[in-house]
Design a protein around this ligand. Sequence first.
Ligand SMILES: [Cu+2]
Length: 461
Amino acid sequence: MPEQVPPEILARGDLLKLGAAAGLGFAALPLVPTAPAQRTARTPLPLALAPIPGVLDLYINEGYLKMVDDTLVYHRGFGSRPTDVDDPNPSLRMPSTVITAAGEVVPSRSYPLGAPLPPRGTPAPFSPDPANPGQFFIFREYWASYFPERTIIAEWGSTLRFRIQNRLGKSHTFTLHGAGPDGGDLTTGPIAPDAVATLEFPCPEPGTYIFADPTNAPVERVLGLFGVLVVMDPDCRWDIATDRASFERQWVWICHAIEPRWAALEAAGQTVNPAQQRAVPRYFTLNGRSGFESLGITFDDALNLASEEETLISGYPRQLDVRQFGEGTELGTLRGGQLVRLINPGIVFHQMHFHGNHIWTVRRNNVDWPRHEGFVDADGHVVLQQWEDVVELEPMDRKDCIIPIKRPPDAIDPVWFARTGDWVYPMHCHAEPTQTAAGGLYPGGLVAHWTLKGPNPGGVE
Ligand SMILES: [Cu+2]
């Protein structure tokens, strides 16, 4: 049966053609054919809240985002500035923000604040490792990490203060899952249309958390109302948590699945019943990007650079010691890998497959996994730290994994010593539909790659 695409989903190319014919600029185009009646009747909201030091302001906005095939899809999101549905550049994904132990709210793409930024996302090595030809000593507690949009990095010991303005026609909440003192949720409760709510609480323990709007779950989350909170111990800024695995730098990978028909129904003022209207996601993103955009191979240098810094894992080969991810043999070095936080606010069961190196899951949902005496949990999952090339990621799961950035075990000496450049390996998801866009465009979905850097840092022989 041919799939019926709602009229609200217009290809950007169509809009540009329409704009050219009408002699209009893109910004002037009506992106929404019909707005719900209650919106047109409402009084315009003030432009922005007056800032308060130490308070992170978020705006529940709506608007249209361009997908990897140039289709525009209606979204909602926690933005950093107030925008309306017809804004050509809506604020639906707040830029990453750091909240320090002292309570300062600092817009920053990197953490730790003040640490050197890895060039194009790749930490340069400390020095060659003479005992292991072709490998390097890596810096301990040195490089900053870049973070994607929708990430808040908070230092343990801080008080987190949020103020959320709901600019939409229905009630929404801002809910931080699993961050309460008893492991429960923290929430503003329903925020009425045009209302502002505040939420203040002590920073939860170091870990990876999802915030979202669980109203009519999972619909509002699927529409884009989600983000990630990473809590760091300010005394151990290169460790997952106090006395836990150390890393060279970290990466936040946020997986998502977009359902355009749900989006179109909500854009038209209806409410999706997720039990009746089965979800059929058509776009799959990693840190908000898909396909060639996620892989950083577009004609847009700024977009490519952002993908390299935020998503495309990269590092120099090192002799890793999985027994402790601890100190190196040289002062100031680490025999560890890089941390990747796999986070799934979406609704698809992902199977994240890394080629080249297996990865090592240290914790799931902020619970440390054992290294001995593993077990099978009630859902049939093996709970044990071990090497895996495919890591399962259920909806709302957060897995903290170490990617070792090591010489691939199957690279025999004649191959290893013949290297002249970088070795680049795919990461794809084995849930096959996630590799596509718009129901078939391959590989237009949730894809990435990671790079084992070549033998000559800086190109010097
Ligand atoms: Cu694979």
